[in-house]
Write a protein that binds this ligand. Structure first.
Ligand code: PBG
Ligand code: ZN
Length: 323
Protein backbone atom coordinates (compact mmCIF):
# COMPACT_ATOMS: atom_id res chain seq x y z
CA UNK A 1 0.00 0.00 0.00
CA UNK A 2 1.53 3.33 -1.04
CA UNK A 3 -1.01 5.58 0.59
CA UNK A 4 -1.48 5.21 4.30
CA UNK A 5 -3.31 8.29 5.59
CA UNK A 6 -3.22 6.90 9.09
CA UNK A 7 0.58 7.19 9.19
CA UNK A 8 0.35 10.90 10.11
CA UNK A 9 -2.46 10.33 12.57
CA UNK A 10 -0.75 7.87 14.87
CA UNK A 11 1.32 10.30 16.93
CA UNK A 12 -0.08 13.28 18.79
CA UNK A 13 2.83 15.57 17.94
CA UNK A 14 2.73 14.62 14.31
CA UNK A 15 -1.00 15.32 14.27
CA UNK A 16 -0.20 18.81 15.55
CA UNK A 17 2.47 19.29 12.91
CA UNK A 18 0.12 18.47 10.05
CA UNK A 19 -2.92 20.29 11.42
CA UNK A 20 -4.14 22.74 8.77
CA UNK A 21 -6.42 25.00 10.77
CA UNK A 22 -5.94 26.67 14.14
CA UNK A 23 -8.21 28.62 16.47
CA UNK A 24 -6.63 31.44 18.48
CA UNK A 25 -8.05 33.62 21.19
CA UNK A 26 -7.04 36.58 19.03
CA UNK A 27 -9.63 35.52 16.44
CA UNK A 28 -12.57 36.42 18.65
CA UNK A 29 -14.94 39.32 19.17
CA UNK A 30 -17.25 39.01 22.17
CA UNK A 31 -20.75 40.61 22.03
CA UNK A 32 -21.98 42.61 25.03
CA UNK A 33 -25.46 43.96 25.75
CA UNK A 34 -25.64 47.18 27.73
CA UNK A 35 -28.62 48.80 29.39
CA UNK A 36 -29.03 51.88 31.58
CA UNK A 37 -28.89 51.57 35.36
CA UNK A 38 -26.48 50.25 37.96
CA UNK A 39 -25.70 46.79 39.26
CA UNK A 40 -27.82 45.17 36.60
CA UNK A 41 -26.77 41.74 35.41
CA UNK A 42 -29.70 39.80 34.02
CA UNK A 43 -29.21 36.42 32.41
CA UNK A 44 -31.11 35.83 29.19
CA UNK A 45 -33.27 32.74 29.62
CA UNK A 46 -32.82 31.55 26.05
CA UNK A 47 -29.04 32.11 26.21
CA UNK A 48 -27.55 30.74 29.43
CA UNK A 49 -24.30 32.54 30.21
CA UNK A 50 -25.28 35.70 28.30
CA UNK A 51 -26.35 38.77 30.26
CA UNK A 52 -27.79 42.23 29.85
CA UNK A 53 -25.53 44.43 31.96
CA UNK A 54 -25.37 47.99 33.17
CA UNK A 55 -22.18 49.94 32.46
CA UNK A 56 -20.60 49.29 35.88
CA UNK A 57 -21.00 45.54 35.32
CA UNK A 58 -19.60 45.84 31.79
CA UNK A 59 -16.48 47.47 33.22
CA UNK A 60 -15.99 44.46 35.53
CA UNK A 61 -16.63 42.13 32.62
CA UNK A 62 -13.84 43.81 30.65
CA UNK A 63 -11.37 42.86 33.41
CA UNK A 64 -12.39 39.21 33.08
CA UNK A 65 -12.22 39.33 29.29
CA UNK A 66 -8.71 40.74 29.32
CA UNK A 67 -7.56 38.04 31.76
CA UNK A 68 -8.77 35.56 29.19
CA UNK A 69 -6.96 37.38 26.40
CA UNK A 70 -10.09 38.79 24.76
CA UNK A 71 -9.64 42.46 23.88
CA UNK A 72 -12.26 42.93 21.17
CA UNK A 73 -15.91 43.48 22.03
CA UNK A 74 -19.06 44.19 20.02
CA UNK A 75 -21.47 46.52 21.79
CA UNK A 76 -25.26 46.50 21.61
CA UNK A 77 -27.23 49.16 23.47
CA UNK A 78 -30.68 48.59 24.91
CA UNK A 79 -32.22 51.96 25.81
CA UNK A 80 -35.05 52.42 28.30
CA UNK A 81 -36.95 54.70 25.95
CA UNK A 82 -37.65 53.75 22.35
CA UNK A 83 -39.33 55.81 19.62
CA UNK A 84 -40.04 55.70 15.89
CA UNK A 85 -36.57 56.83 14.78
CA UNK A 86 -34.41 55.40 17.57
CA UNK A 87 -33.44 58.79 19.01
CA UNK A 88 -31.38 57.30 21.83
CA UNK A 89 -28.86 56.01 19.30
CA UNK A 90 -28.51 59.46 17.72
CA UNK A 91 -27.74 61.28 20.92
CA UNK A 92 -24.33 61.66 22.50
CA UNK A 93 -25.90 61.01 25.90
CA UNK A 94 -27.58 57.80 24.72
CA UNK A 95 -26.73 54.39 26.13
CA UNK A 96 -24.23 53.39 23.49
CA UNK A 97 -22.27 56.65 23.45
CA UNK A 98 -22.12 56.72 27.25
CA UNK A 99 -20.93 53.11 27.33
CA UNK A 100 -18.18 53.66 24.80
CA UNK A 101 -16.86 56.64 26.76
CA UNK A 102 -16.87 54.76 30.06
CA UNK A 103 -15.20 51.67 28.65
CA UNK A 104 -12.56 53.77 26.91
CA UNK A 105 -11.92 55.67 30.13
CA UNK A 106 -11.36 52.56 32.26
CA UNK A 107 -10.09 50.17 29.60
CA UNK A 108 -8.33 52.17 26.90
CA UNK A 109 -6.71 48.93 25.71
CA UNK A 110 -10.04 47.34 24.73
CA UNK A 111 -10.95 47.39 21.03
CA UNK A 112 -14.56 48.54 20.81
CA UNK A 113 -16.68 47.56 17.83
CA UNK A 114 -20.20 49.01 17.73
CA UNK A 115 -23.19 47.40 16.09
CA UNK A 116 -24.85 50.16 14.11
CA UNK A 117 -28.57 49.58 13.69
CA UNK A 118 -31.94 50.88 14.83
CA UNK A 119 -33.92 47.79 15.82
CA UNK A 120 -32.87 47.95 19.49
CA UNK A 121 -33.81 51.64 19.62
CA UNK A 122 -37.09 51.84 17.73
CA UNK A 123 -40.53 51.22 19.23
CA UNK A 124 -41.51 49.22 16.11
CA UNK A 125 -38.33 47.08 16.30
CA UNK A 126 -37.34 47.49 12.64
CA UNK A 127 -33.81 48.31 11.52
CA UNK A 128 -34.58 51.85 10.33
CA UNK A 129 -37.21 54.49 9.65
CA UNK A 130 -40.56 53.10 8.52
CA UNK A 131 -41.93 54.19 5.17
CA UNK A 132 -45.64 54.21 6.11
CA UNK A 133 -46.79 53.96 2.51
CA UNK A 134 -44.87 50.79 1.75
CA UNK A 135 -44.85 49.39 5.27
CA UNK A 136 -41.16 48.64 5.10
CA UNK A 137 -37.93 50.31 6.11
CA UNK A 138 -37.18 53.42 4.03
CA UNK A 139 -33.69 52.78 2.70
CA UNK A 140 -32.41 56.26 1.98
CA UNK A 141 -33.98 57.96 5.00
CA UNK A 142 -32.33 55.27 7.12
CA UNK A 143 -28.97 55.95 5.46
CA UNK A 144 -29.15 59.56 6.62
CA UNK A 145 -29.70 58.74 10.28
CA UNK A 146 -27.19 55.88 10.07
CA UNK A 147 -24.52 58.42 9.18
CA UNK A 148 -25.55 60.40 12.26
CA UNK A 149 -25.35 57.30 14.43
CA UNK A 150 -21.88 56.48 13.08
CA UNK A 151 -20.62 59.92 14.04
CA UNK A 152 -22.07 59.53 17.55
CA UNK A 153 -20.17 56.24 17.90
CA UNK A 154 -16.93 57.61 16.49
CA UNK A 155 -17.00 60.77 18.61
CA UNK A 156 -17.56 58.68 21.73
CA UNK A 157 -14.45 56.66 20.86
CA UNK A 158 -15.57 53.57 18.94
CA UNK A 159 -12.63 51.79 17.31
CA UNK A 160 -14.63 50.12 14.53
CA UNK A 161 -18.19 50.43 13.27
CA UNK A 162 -20.29 47.49 12.15
CA UNK A 163 -23.54 48.39 10.37
CA UNK A 164 -26.02 45.49 10.60
CA UNK A 165 -29.21 46.86 9.08
CA UNK A 166 -28.71 45.63 5.49
CA UNK A 167 -29.53 48.99 3.90
CA UNK A 168 -28.26 49.45 0.33
CA UNK A 169 -25.42 51.95 0.07
CA UNK A 170 -24.68 51.91 3.80
CA UNK A 171 -20.92 51.43 3.50
CA UNK A 172 -20.43 54.26 1.05
CA UNK A 173 -22.65 56.50 3.19
CA UNK A 174 -20.80 55.77 6.42
CA UNK A 175 -17.37 56.02 4.83
CA UNK A 176 -18.16 59.48 3.47
CA UNK A 177 -19.68 60.64 6.75
CA UNK A 178 -16.77 59.36 8.84
CA UNK A 179 -14.17 60.84 6.51
CA UNK A 180 -15.92 64.20 6.48
CA UNK A 181 -15.70 64.36 10.27
CA UNK A 182 -12.02 63.39 10.39
CA UNK A 183 -12.57 59.72 11.24
CA UNK A 184 -10.87 58.38 8.12
CA UNK A 185 -8.97 55.84 10.22
CA UNK A 186 -12.05 54.26 11.79
CA UNK A 187 -12.62 50.97 9.95
CA UNK A 188 -15.99 49.59 8.90
CA UNK A 189 -16.81 45.93 9.39
CA UNK A 190 -19.79 45.32 7.12
CA UNK A 191 -22.52 42.87 8.01
CA UNK A 192 -22.19 42.39 4.28
CA UNK A 193 -24.08 39.14 3.78
CA UNK A 194 -26.77 38.87 6.41
CA UNK A 195 -29.61 36.44 5.97
CA UNK A 196 -33.16 36.72 7.20
CA UNK A 197 -32.79 33.95 9.74
CA UNK A 198 -34.70 32.11 12.41
CA UNK A 199 -31.38 31.70 14.21
CA UNK A 200 -31.66 35.28 15.55
CA UNK A 201 -34.55 34.31 17.83
CA UNK A 202 -32.76 34.38 21.20
CA UNK A 203 -30.93 37.62 20.30
CA UNK A 204 -34.22 39.40 19.91
CA UNK A 205 -35.04 38.43 23.50
CA UNK A 206 -31.79 39.85 24.82
CA UNK A 207 -31.80 42.96 22.62
CA UNK A 208 -35.56 43.39 22.95
CA UNK A 209 -35.71 44.01 19.22
CA UNK A 210 -38.44 41.79 17.80
CA UNK A 211 -40.34 43.69 15.07
CA UNK A 212 -43.82 44.69 16.26
CA UNK A 213 -45.23 43.95 12.78
CA UNK A 214 -44.01 42.04 9.76
CA UNK A 215 -40.49 40.65 9.51
CA UNK A 216 -37.11 41.60 8.06
CA UNK A 217 -37.43 39.83 4.71
CA UNK A 218 -37.60 43.14 2.82
CA UNK A 219 -34.05 44.00 3.86
CA UNK A 220 -32.25 40.86 5.04
CA UNK A 221 -31.33 38.18 2.50
CA UNK A 222 -33.20 35.09 1.41
CA UNK A 223 -31.32 32.04 2.82
CA UNK A 224 -31.78 30.32 -0.53
CA UNK A 225 -29.61 32.77 -2.50
CA UNK A 226 -25.96 32.02 -3.13
CA UNK A 227 -25.08 34.33 -6.03
CA UNK A 228 -26.81 37.27 -4.41
CA UNK A 229 -24.89 36.56 -1.19
CA UNK A 230 -21.61 36.99 -3.03
CA UNK A 231 -22.81 40.18 -4.77
CA UNK A 232 -23.85 41.72 -1.47
CA UNK A 233 -20.39 41.26 0.04
CA UNK A 234 -18.51 42.33 -3.07
CA UNK A 235 -20.65 45.45 -3.28
CA UNK A 236 -19.68 46.35 0.28
CA UNK A 237 -16.05 45.76 -0.61
CA UNK A 238 -16.39 48.13 -3.57
CA UNK A 239 -18.02 50.73 -1.31
CA UNK A 240 -15.01 50.70 1.00
CA UNK A 241 -15.68 48.08 3.67
CA UNK A 242 -12.57 46.98 5.56
CA UNK A 243 -13.91 43.61 6.73
CA UNK A 244 -16.72 41.49 5.29
CA UNK A 245 -19.05 39.22 7.24
CA UNK A 246 -21.39 36.31 6.82
CA UNK A 247 -24.20 35.90 9.30
CA UNK A 248 -25.42 33.46 10.59
CA UNK A 249 -22.36 31.23 10.42
CA UNK A 250 -23.03 27.54 10.81
CA UNK A 251 -25.70 27.00 8.17
CA UNK A 252 -23.81 29.23 5.71
CA UNK A 253 -20.27 27.87 5.59
CA UNK A 254 -20.56 27.35 1.83
CA UNK A 255 -21.19 31.08 1.49
CA UNK A 256 -18.22 31.90 3.73
CA UNK A 257 -15.92 29.88 1.51
CA UNK A 258 -17.24 31.35 -1.72
CA UNK A 259 -16.90 34.94 -0.54
CA UNK A 260 -13.45 34.18 0.87
CA UNK A 261 -12.36 32.97 -2.54
CA UNK A 262 -13.82 36.07 -4.20
CA UNK A 263 -12.27 38.73 -1.97
CA UNK A 264 -8.91 39.64 -0.49
CA UNK A 265 -10.49 41.39 2.50
CA UNK A 266 -10.51 39.83 5.96
CA UNK A 267 -13.70 37.87 6.68
CA UNK A 268 -15.75 37.57 9.82
CA UNK A 269 -18.52 35.15 10.74
CA UNK A 270 -21.21 35.88 13.28
CA UNK A 271 -21.90 32.73 15.28
CA UNK A 272 -25.38 33.89 16.23
CA UNK A 273 -27.63 33.50 19.24
CA UNK A 274 -29.64 30.53 17.99
CA UNK A 275 -26.47 28.61 17.17
CA UNK A 276 -25.18 29.31 20.67
CA UNK A 277 -28.47 28.31 22.29
CA UNK A 278 -28.57 25.00 20.40
CA UNK A 279 -25.15 23.91 21.63
CA UNK A 280 -25.76 25.22 25.14
CA UNK A 281 -29.02 23.40 25.62
CA UNK A 282 -27.81 20.20 23.99
CA UNK A 283 -24.76 20.32 26.27
CA UNK A 284 -26.80 20.98 29.39
CA UNK A 285 -28.95 17.99 28.59
CA UNK A 286 -25.87 15.79 28.09
CA UNK A 287 -26.79 15.14 24.48
CA UNK A 288 -23.38 16.27 23.26
CA UNK A 289 -19.91 16.86 24.70
CA UNK A 290 -20.29 20.65 24.78
CA UNK A 291 -16.60 21.64 24.82
CA UNK A 292 -15.74 19.29 22.03
CA UNK A 293 -18.62 20.31 19.76
CA UNK A 294 -17.94 23.98 20.46
CA UNK A 295 -14.26 23.69 19.44
CA UNK A 296 -15.17 21.60 16.40
CA UNK A 297 -17.58 24.37 15.37
CA UNK A 298 -14.93 27.08 15.78
CA UNK A 299 -12.43 25.12 13.68
CA UNK A 300 -15.13 24.74 11.03
CA UNK A 301 -15.53 28.53 10.82
CA UNK A 302 -11.80 29.01 10.36
CA UNK A 303 -11.57 26.15 7.85
CA UNK A 304 -14.40 27.69 5.82
CA UNK A 305 -12.39 30.90 5.54
CA UNK A 306 -13.25 33.07 8.52
CA UNK A 307 -10.46 35.18 9.98
CA UNK A 308 -12.62 36.60 12.75
CA UNK A 309 -15.28 34.85 14.83
CA UNK A 310 -17.94 36.86 16.64
CA UNK A 311 -19.25 34.48 19.26
CA UNK A 312 -21.01 34.20 22.61
CA UNK A 313 -18.75 31.16 23.17
CA UNK A 314 -15.60 33.32 23.11
CA UNK A 315 -14.92 33.21 26.85
CA UNK A 316 -15.38 29.45 27.04
CA UNK A 317 -13.16 28.95 24.02
CA UNK A 318 -10.49 31.18 25.57
CA UNK A 319 -10.56 29.11 28.77
CA UNK A 320 -10.10 25.88 26.86
CA UNK A 321 -7.25 27.37 24.82
CA UNK A 322 -5.49 28.34 28.05
CA UNK A 323 -5.33 24.71 29.21
C1 PBG B 1 -29.61 43.76 14.59
C2 PBG B 1 -28.82 42.55 14.82
C3 PBG B 1 -29.28 41.22 14.91
C4 PBG B 1 -28.17 40.45 15.26
C5 PBG B 1 -27.08 41.31 15.34
N1 PBG B 1 -27.50 42.59 15.04
C6 PBG B 1 -30.59 40.60 14.84
C7 PBG B 1 -31.58 40.83 13.80
O1 PBG B 1 -31.26 41.16 12.65
O2 PBG B 1 -32.73 40.66 14.18
C8 PBG B 1 -28.22 38.97 15.49
C9 PBG B 1 -27.29 38.46 16.49
C10 PBG B 1 -27.60 37.12 17.03
O3 PBG B 1 -28.61 36.46 16.73
O4 PBG B 1 -26.77 36.68 17.83
N2 PBG B 1 -29.71 44.19 13.30
ZN1 ZN C 1 -31.33 45.82 13.22
Amino acid sequence: MFQRFRRTRLNKHLRSLVRETHVHVEDFIYPLFIRPGVEIKTEVSSMPGVFQMSIDEILKECVILKELGIYSILLFGIPDVKDSIGSDSLCEHGIIAASIREIKKHHPDMFIVTDLCFCEYTDHGHCGIIDEENETVHNDATLKISAQQAIVHAKAGADMIAPSGMMDGIIETLREALDAEGFENVPIMAYSTKFSSGYYGPFRDVAESTPSFGDRTSYQMDPANRREAISESLSDEAQGADILMVKPALAYLDIVREIKDATTLPMAVYNVSGEYAMLKLAGRNNLIDYDRVMMETMVAFKRAGADIIISYHAKEVAKLLQK
